[in-house]
Design a protein around this ligand. Structure first.
Ligand code: C2E
Ligand code: CA
Ligand code: CA
Length: 715
């Protein structure tokens, strides 16, 4: 796999080395030659000196002696000169030799550097060719396994290898993706599988018996490879910060020359990029799957969400039209659910919602669609189900929920009830808007009928359906009715259980339609509150009720009280305080005649302010009743805190006391508790003589309901 140096550069290198070698050689030759010459001179000179000495020893002519001695000394000097000359020469030769040698070394080093750079350049080019192919796109993310194959082909063309593997530790075990770059015999694959699985389990620190989920891909087809020797692996880990992914990626080589460190490090760097690509594709595709899930589901309960409900409803209308089927929708709204959140906190509320979802799941068939479409609102599409089938399902759900016991964090047990609207396609409506408007109305009607029950669109009048088609239009209609003083109080009597005498009247708002029909408060108070018309409503009712009361004062009805419902908005606004006081004094009505009813859920919203509000009104002589008491179950705390004079026990329980032991016990207990702390009790929804007898037996002070009197125009 080694990268080659371009040939012209190699030639230059050889030529330079050749020349330097010649230089070095001639240098050496000159040195040897010089040394030889020096040697020759020294020998010849030695012989001359020897000759001269002998001549001097045998000298017969004394006159010759000084001359000879002088010659010998000259010879000596000559020797010294020669030594100097040659030692200098040697030094020069030495230096030049070293110099040429250094030059040669330096040249070789530079050249080696140059070639590594060239190899690196080549490797880097190959690396970047692989990386250039890696472009993440949406398709790549969702189909990352295919994408990996594409990259692998490029990777392989540039850095050949035999296997590529990806291992992820997942909840269900080890996922191993094995890519064969070539067509391997079954035994080869077997040994690769086995070896990789073992290695990956080891490297990811997984238990030995981790279940293995293997996917294999043959990326390249070429001649069958029957045998491989040892398998060598290079593995890179998915970075720890990659969300929810622990994994490894690597390439494996079957018997090949060892890679250079450089090659290995480049392959590692490509793997690191692959890890990022695969890791983020995997994480992203998971997120995409989650997103897809949550685009259709409610994260809290796991039921479908409103969007999916609407989509399916649309789809179901088309399907039912084509096949001539009927189907029904149930709209469920939990009764007084706000109390659960307010009293026990949101976690308990959330648990309760999950409990409701459970009940729904248990009661729908496969193919039906149960969804949570709002805070405490659920909707169910019952496929191919007509009116009577839907009524049965609604009844069963209602019953199952009533019997379900929920537990608050303090260990207290509580129950939930639900009001259900039922609409059936195609009998009641044929499009999404009308179906939903109808079922909404039916659900409100179920609330109005005392909650904890179901109502069908069939049971509603056409007028109501028309009127409720759009709440905004409806709010406009209410605003007009308020302006035209067409919203008036009706009066429902409240009697003393012991004497049977009328003790008080509750004012209940009624809207007079232009066609003369009368609409009950239950059908419009919600819209009134929602569109901020509560204060206007209260003012209108107080005006008219006090006027009626002042007339009755003259007919000896001075002690009969009036119970007036206050809206949540008014309680927050407090404008009513001065208004009622001023009106009472003008009409000469003792404030002691007036009892304001406050809903349990409005009372607990803001205790501190509520206490101040009640205290200031009470100082003027007004009294208070806590309405719909019992739906929150733990209201004794604020009952005592806020010093209500009266408690109105929620009619939803009262009307059921003869059928349900639980409701009986509940009403009995509420009555006992109120007696103990000195609060007077009113039972609502006394619908029969038997109920009346029962509540009388419980010691309840006052009774109200259809059995005693319907709400009527005049006191
Ligand atoms: P609520 O204060 O609990 O009033 C009792 C509701 O139950 C009334 O419905 C009444 O007509 C109905 N009802 C009375 N006796 C029986 C019975 O024996 N059985 C059954 N099933 N129902 C009975 P309505 O008049 O439709 O009022 C519904 C709610 O609207 C009231 O519930 C009250 O919360 C609110 N509301 C009524 N009038 C006013 C008002 O003037 N101002 C405000 N802010 N709210 C009002
Ligand atoms: Ca009331
Ligand atoms: Ca009530």
């Amino acid at each position: 796999m080694s990268a080659s140096i371009p040939s012209h550069l190699e030639e230059v290198r050889l030529r330079v080395i050749d020349r330097l070698a010649v230089l070095l050689e001639s240098q050496t030759r000159t040195k040897i030659f010089g040394n030889n010459v020096a040697e020759l001179i020294r020998t010849t000179h030695g012989e001359i000196v020897e000759e001269l000495r002998q001549t001097l020893g045998n000298a017969q002519h004394a006159a010759l002696v000084p001359a000879l001695e002088e010659t010998l000394r000259a010879c000596d000097r000559l020797d010294q000169c020669l030594d100097l000359l040659f030692s200098e020469r040697n030094r020069q030769w030495h230096r030049n030799g070293d110099y040429v040698q250094a030059l040669l070394n330096e040249f070789n080093e530079t050249f080696a550097d140059l070639s590594t750079t060239l190899i690196e350049k080549d490797l880097l080019e190959r690396q970047s060719r692989v990386l250039e192919q890696v472009i993440l796109s949406h398709e790549h993310v969702t189909q990352w396994k295919d994408f990996v194959q594409e990259i692998l082909l490029d990777f392989h063309a540039i850095f050949p290898f035999n296997f590529f593997y990806i291992a992820f530790a997942e909840e269900h075990g080890l996922s191993l993706y094995l890519y064969y770059l070539g067509n391997y015999a079954e035994e080869v694959k077997d040994s690769a599988r086995h070896m990789l699985a073992q290695q990956m389990i080891g490297s990811l620190n997984l238990p030995g018996d981790t279940p293995l989920d293997m996917e294999e891909f043959v990326v390249k087809q070429n001649g069958l490879i029957n045998h491989v020797d040892d398998i060598r692996m290079i593995t890179v880990a998915v970075p720890e910060h990659t969300p929810k992914l622990a994994g490894l990626l690597g390439v494996a080589y079957a018997s090949m020359n060892d890679l250079s460190t450089q090659e290995e490090s480049i392959i590692r760097s490509i793997l690191a990029v692959m890890v990022m690509v695969v890791g983020s594709s995997k994480a992203l595709s998971r997120t995409l799957a989650e997103l897809e899930y949550y685009s259709m589901h409610d994260p809290l309960t796991g039921l479908y969400n409103r969007r999916q409900f609407t989509n399916m409803l649309d789809y179901e209308i088309g399907r039912s039209e084509r096949h001539n089927h009927e189907f029904s929708i149930l709209l469920l709204d939990l009764d007084n659910f706000k109390d659960i959140n307010d009293s026990y906190g949101h976690p308990t509320g959330d648990e309760a919602l999950c409990g409701v979802a459970e009940v729904l799941r248990e009661h729908v068939r496969k193919g039906d669609l149960a969804s949570r479409i709002g805070g405490d609102e659920f909707a169910v599409i019952l496929m191919e189900t007509g009116r009577s089938g839907a009524a049965t399902v609604a009844e069963n759900i209602g019953m199952a929920l009533r019997n379900k016991v929920f537990t608050a964090p303090d260990g207290k047990r509580f129950h939930l009830t639900v009001s259900i609207g039922i609409v059936t396609y195609p009998h009641d409506a044929q499009n999404v808007t009308d179906l939903m408007a109808g079922v909404d109305l039916a659900m409100y009607r179920a609330k109005e009928l005392g909650k904890n029950g179901a109502c069908t669109v069939e049971a509603l009048g056409d007028e109501q359906i028309m009127a409720n088609r759009s709440t905004r239009d409806y709010a406009e209609k209410l605003r007009e009715a308020l302006q035209d003083e067409r919203i008036v109080p009706y009066f429902q009597s409240i009697i003393d259980c012991r004497s049977g005498a009328v003790f008080a009247y509750e004012t209940l708002a009624r809207m007079k339609e232009l066609n003369g029909e009368t609409v009950s408060a239950g059908l419009f108070v919600e819209t009134i509150e929602k569109y901020g018309l509560g204060r206007d409503l209260d003012k209108a009712i107080i005006d008219k009720a006090l006027l009626a009361k002042s007339k009755r004062m003259q007919d000896n009805q001075a002690t009969t009280k009036i119970f007036i419902n206050l809206s949540a908005q008014e309680i927050q606004g407090r404008g009513i305080l001065g208004y009622a006081e001023e009106l009472c004094s003008r009409l000469e009505i003792p404030p002691g005649c007036i009892v304001f009813e406050i809903l349990e859920r409005d009372a607990i919203g803001d205790m501190t302010n509520m206490r101040k509000f009640l205290t200031s009104l009470r100082n003027k002589g007004f009294a208070f009743a806590l309405d719909d008491f019992g739906s929150g179950y733990n209201s004794f705390h604020y009952l005592r805190e806020l010093h209500f004079e009266y408690v109105k026990i929620d009619g939803a329980f009262v009307r059921n006391i003869l059928n349900s032991k639980v409701d009986f016990a509940l009403v009995q207990n509420l009555s006992n508790l109120c007696q103990d702390i000195g609060i007077l009790t009113v039972a609502e929804f006394v619908e029969s003589e038997e109920i009346f007898d029962a509540i009388k037996g419980m010691g309840i002070n006052y009774a109200q309901g259809f059995h005693i009197s319907m709400p009527v125009r005049e006191m």
